[in-house]
Design a protein around this ligand. Structure first.
Ligand code: BV8
Ligand code: ZN
Length: 241
């Protein structure tokens, strides 16, 4: 199986890689669904929405402050490094991520299409200014903009549209690639998950890396059952040798 995947990627002209929370699991960052997805008694869907933020901005910010602390202590794992290596070796490799943790950046990946935003950036709810803020923990919650307005995480919440430019770049990468490598996503969040059938419909070979079955496992061309931290370095090594 992995040799098939290696051949497809080696012979591909255009490669797209789409990652989800599973690629950061081995860095110790809890994924959204499954055991680690809870904080106090809340699920991500209860907190990652404009309604939750309007109702209780302090609670939502406490959740992000807690996640920022975990992410700040986390290191990119071999999967992030293997993806960065592939991108360096293959200029025609587009990285699309649903993650907001910034670990792909820290592993050296560039031109990352961040579909759901960035946990290290803030946006003012009053003047819409946007800025990086890496303070952990935050000195005051909720954080404020220089204009005095309340800041929100520069993250795409449920019910909010994805950044239009980034989304259209991700769509065209999925529709033009010869191989789409899907790593560590449960493929239940849309529109991100729709990139998988779009790539397939456009004729790409789709390879999935996940220790578990997902709703797309039955319709991909190659399912590599295992952890990203083990499989990606093996893939990168055999592709680049
Ligand atoms: C939109 C930022 C429209 C937040 C995130 C009903 C009501 C309301 C909305 C909807 C609805 N039905 C559908 C929707 C749309 C909704 C949606 O898809 N909901 C789902 C839950 C059904 N989508 C939206 O709302 C999107 N916006 O539709 O807007 C619109 C359009 C125009 C104008 C106005 C509005 C916005 C979606 C973005 C939400 N924000 N993140 C934050 O992070 O704080 S999504 C969140 O889920 C994360 O980004 C995460 O990445 C993403 C997807 O989850 P996964 O990455 O897949 O992670 P998960 O834990 O699920 O799975 C981990 C996987 O890894 C597992 O498969 C596991 O087996 C695997 N794994 C574990 N260990 C490893 C591993 N794999 C490899 N190696 C390992 N070691
Ligand atoms: Zn402001």
């Amino acid at each position: 199986m992995i040799s098939t995947a290696t051949d497809w990627i080696r012979n591909a002209k255009l490669i797209a890689i789409m990652t989800g929370a599973g690629v950061s699991a081995e860095s110790g960052i809890p994924a959204f669904r499954g055991a680690g997805g809870l904080w106090r008694s809340f699920r991500a869907e209860d907190l990652a929405s404009p309604q939750a933020f309007a109702r209780d901005p302090k609670l939502v910010w406490e959740w992000y402050d807690w996640r920022r602390e975990i992410v700040a202590k986390a290191e990119p794992n071999p999967a992030h490094h293997a993806i960065a290596l592939l991108q360096k070796a293959r200029r025609d490799c587009t990285l699309i991520t649903q993650n907001v943790d910034g670990l792909h950046d820290r592993a050296g990946s560039v031109a990352i299409l961040k579909l759901h935003g960035d946990i290290w950036r803030m946006r003012c709810t009053r003047c819409a200014a946007e800025w990086p803020d890496r303070r952990v923990p935050l000195p005051s919650i909720p954080p404020k903009c220089q204009c005095g307005g309340m800041a929100r995480p520069a993250i795409v919440w449920f019910g909010e549209p994805l950044p239009p430019g980034i989304w259209s770049s991700a769509e065209s990468a999925a529709e033009t690639c010869d191989v789409l490598l899907v790593v560590g996503t449960s493929a239940v969040v849309y529109p991100a998950a729709s990139l998988i059938p779009s790539a397939r419909a456009a004729g790409a070979k789709v390879i999935e890396v996940n220790p578990e079955e997902t709703p797309v496992s039955g319709s991909v061309d190659c399912s590599l059952r295992g952890s990203a931290g083990a499989i990606l370095p093996e893939l990168a090594e055999s592709i680049l040798q």
